[in-house]
Design a binder for this molecule. Structure first.
Ligand SMILES: Nc1ncnc2c1ncn2[C@@H]1O[C@H](COP(=O)(O)OP(=O)(O)OP(=O)(O)O)[C@@H](O)[C@H]1O
Ligand SMILES: [Mg+2]
Length: 237
């Protein structure tokens, strides 16, 4: 299993409060890695630091031997590490198609873009049907799909997602997890932050459990699903 992204001793503070306290995490090429934990554990903070939107107080995020923490957020995107925006952050006054075109804006391989557009429309047929409609008219779940599709149009090497299933109806949640699995099957590496611990660990090859800013467990998704501590803390009876 070859490693694509390595996070070493990453720490992030808000003023005096250290929210992420020196975490180590490895993403293997082509795998889904789940990062789970309770409210306030520091999951979003860790993702924001990986994306470059928060500056870590120490530590490194290394992609192919290159330290991303020295780069600006847009340079990190261009390196191939792309975070899916929250569903509500899509551009409501633009059409679905225009939102997708914006996702591909920074790409140099423009010739490949139509092919990827076909691919995301195949993944999310509802977006194909609504391509000419305003993004603001989509349902919450459809907007979340558009946010994922837009990130895919940037042709990421590593896709970061922060609770893609949050606030969605159960059927829509199933749909999102199914699509993430499909996307992963094309070889894309994914770091998935979820409060829906059971679903996340089911589709993840590996998982990490974060508690108050520290990694307390790291194992295969399957092993974590059956770990008594995980069951007690996150999966209920
Ligand atoms: N902008 C901020 N300013 C100060 N403290 C913050 C800020 N954002 C988050 N925190 C604090 O940092 C800690 C980690 O928060 P974070 O949002 O990363 O957790 P999380 O694991 O994503 O939680 P959730 O499951 O609720 O999304 C929490 O104690 C939170 O209160
Ligand atoms: Mg969060």
């Amino acid at each position: 299993m070859s490693e694509i992204l390595r996070i070493q001793d990453l720490a992030v503070s808000y003023g005096q409060i250290e929210a992420v306290k020196g975490i180590d995490l490895v993403l293997n090429q082509g795998e889904i890695t789940a990062l789970v934990g309770a409210n306030g554990a520091g999951k979003s903070t860790a993702l924001l630091a990986i994306s470059g939107l928060l500056k870590p107080t120490r530590g490194q995020v290394i992609l192919d031997g290159k330290d991303l923490t020295k780069l600006a957020p847009h340079e990190i995107v261009r390196s191939g590490v792309v975070q899916v925006a929250e569903g509500r952050a899509i551009l409501a006054t633009l059409t679905v198609r225009e939102n997708l075109d914006l996702g591909a804006y920074t790409r140099k391989d423009k010739a490949q873009v139509p092919q990827d557009l076909d691919w995301v429309f195949a993944l999310f047929p509802v977006l194909a049907n609504r391509a000419a409609g305003l993004a603001g008219n989509l349902s919450g779940g459809e907007q979340q799909m558009l946010a994922i599709a837009r990130a895919l149009m940037a042709k990421p090497r590593v896709l970061l997602l922060d609770e893609p299933s949050m606030g969605l109806a159960p059927l829509m949640v199933q749909g999102i997890f199914r699509v993430l699995k499909q996307i992963n099957q094309t070889g894309l590496t994914i770091l998935l932050v979820e409060q829906n611990v059971r679903q996340a660990l089911r589709i993840a090859q590996r998982g990490y459990v974060l508690e108050t800013g520290k990694i307390v467990l790291a194992d295969s998704g399957q092993n974590l699903l059956h770990n008594p501590k995980v069951i007690e803390a996150y999966l209920g009876a």
